[in-house]
Design a protein around this ligand. Structure first.
Ligand SMILES: Nc1ncnc2c1ncn2[C@@H]1O[C@H](COP(=O)(O)OP(=O)(O)OP(=O)(O)O)[C@@H](O)[C@H]1O
Ligand SMILES: [Mg+2]
Length: 292
């Protein structure tokens, strides 16, 4: 089960600072969108609007054609930039707690079969994400990679139709990152959730996503830098294996500089411009003409 997302003319301000403006997107159900952009450009703010924690000041965000209710819902799981687990509870207790709280809202206390059902679903998730051996440990006794897997397991247990990941693998070493990529891709293929993943590692975006969204400002006021907000400046489809292969060379340049200019190279490789006529050399200047 997955959801489509429509973003129409969204703007978000904090005080007199515009963070996001003129944001328009149509995201098909089951897409995996990687979001990249400079620090402070509004990536986490965008995820908080998708989860319903923040509301746009202008425009609207629709999920399956419906406005987002202004509170978090199990249909939209989020893994925050910083962990949100309870340090004094074990891994299993941390994972059971949200489901228990939800169930106890209806039944007062969670007993017998419903408690067993929650325990079974937690056990399945722990096994699928490789945390079964660590089920009785507290978060502080886990490595960074395990803590991050715990945060992802927490979001997955709610069976979300949209999964929002805010730099989920930022603190991991490359080996564990690779393992996490494999786990995430497997879960995504199994569930067909729609995923938005913020990353500072553009190579990670290329590896995992079906679409790369670059957030940046198109308007600047040097006297008042917060006068204008970010929007999606590049929207690169990565859905065909062949296209991914074509971008391999350009990717090296992007990794080296992580700049908008390098992204333009990638964009050109994805969408080669139509063939145009060779410019005629200028006989007076002796050649080296500029393309028009
Ligand atoms: N609750 C808030 N109140 C006021 N300003 C905020 C609030 N949340 C975010 N901001 C500001 O909005 C801008 C965007 O913040 P956001 O956290 O979305 O950036 P980001 O792109 O996720 O950055 P990073 O890559 O560093 O995580 C920043 O200038 C930040 O200071
Ligand atoms: Mg952020």
């Amino acid at each position: 089960m997955s959801s489509g997302v429509t973003v129409r003319g969204v703007r978000k301000d904090y005080g007199d600072a515009v963070v996001i403006e003129r944001l328009n997107l149509e995201v098909a159900p089951g897409s995996f969108c990687a979001i990249v952009g400079a620090s402070g450009c509004g990536k986490s703010t965008f995820l908080r609007m998708l989860v319903g924690q923040e509301q746009p000041d202008q425009g609207e965000i629709l999920i399956d054609g419906e406005p987002i209710p202004p509170e978090p819902s199990p249909a939209r799981g989020i893994v925050f930039q910083r962990y949100s687990v309870f340090p004094h509870l074990t891994v299993t207790q941390n994972l059971m707690l949200p489901a228990e709280l939800r169930a106890s809202k209806f039944f007062g206390r969670v007993l017998g079969p419903s408690r067993r059902k929650i325990r079974d679903s937690v056990a399945d998730t722990l096994k699928s994400i490789g945390l079964w051996e660590a089920r009785d440990r507290c978060p502080l006794q886990l490595s960074g990679g395990m803590q991050q897997r715990l945060a992802i397991a927490q979001a997955l247990l709610m069976r979300p139709k949209i999964l929002l990941l805010d730099e989920p693998f930022g603190a991991l070493d490359p080996g564990i990152r690779g393992d996490m990529h494999a786990i995430l891709l497997r879960l995504w293929r199994e569930t067909r959730m729609t995923i938005f993943m913020v990353t500072h590692d553009i190579a990670e975006g290329f590896k995992l996503a079906t679409r790369l969204l670059v957030f940046d400002k198109v308007r600047h006021d040097p006297d008042f830098p917060s006068a204008y907000g970010s929007t999606v400046t590049y929207d690169l489809p990565l859905d065909r294996a062949q296209r991914r292969a074509e971008t391999a060379a350009a990717l090296a340049a992007v990794e080296a500089s992580r700049s908008a200019a390098a992204l333009a190279v990638v964009r050109a490789s994805l969408n080669p411009p139509p063939a145009r006529e060779e410019p005629v050399p200028d006989p007076v200047q002796g050649g080296n003409p500029q393309a028009v």
